[in-house]
Design a protein around this ligand. Sequence first.
Ligand code: DQA
Length: 143
Amino acid sequence: GTILVLNGPNLNLLGQRQPEIYGAETLADVEAACRTLAAELGFDLAFRQSNREYELIDWIHDARETARAIVINPAAFTHTSVAILDALNTFEGPVIEVHISNVHQREAFRHHSYVSQRADGIVVGCGTQGYELALQRVARLLG
Ligand code: DQA
């Protein structure tokens, strides 16, 4: 089975973007760590990033046929997107939400997540390790 890892806007700049908040690792580093762990756990991995809301939605729709679980860092769309929540509600498998930073320590507008209403689990403030924790959780849920 395949696990889809989805990344929202500005995460292509991970490593360059506010490293004091998001750390020095790039998204390619995160992808490499996820690939290693997914292989150990016995899953295939699809790893994607987009700055476009519609593209993330289309990938969630595709996942209905192609993925057993979704790990998603919706980035700023977390706090704005009913459309991503609605798309995730069409997906039957486990969904784990990831935030690299501790959003609850930051601005009030980051404290609410539309996606959390659908998420089976949330990993917040664990840095880029959060993606690996989410994959471990998915593997447990898929049994
Ligand atoms: C983020 C937190 C969001 O508030 C922010 O808009 C991001 C990244 C995180 O991973 O900490 O782009 O999702």
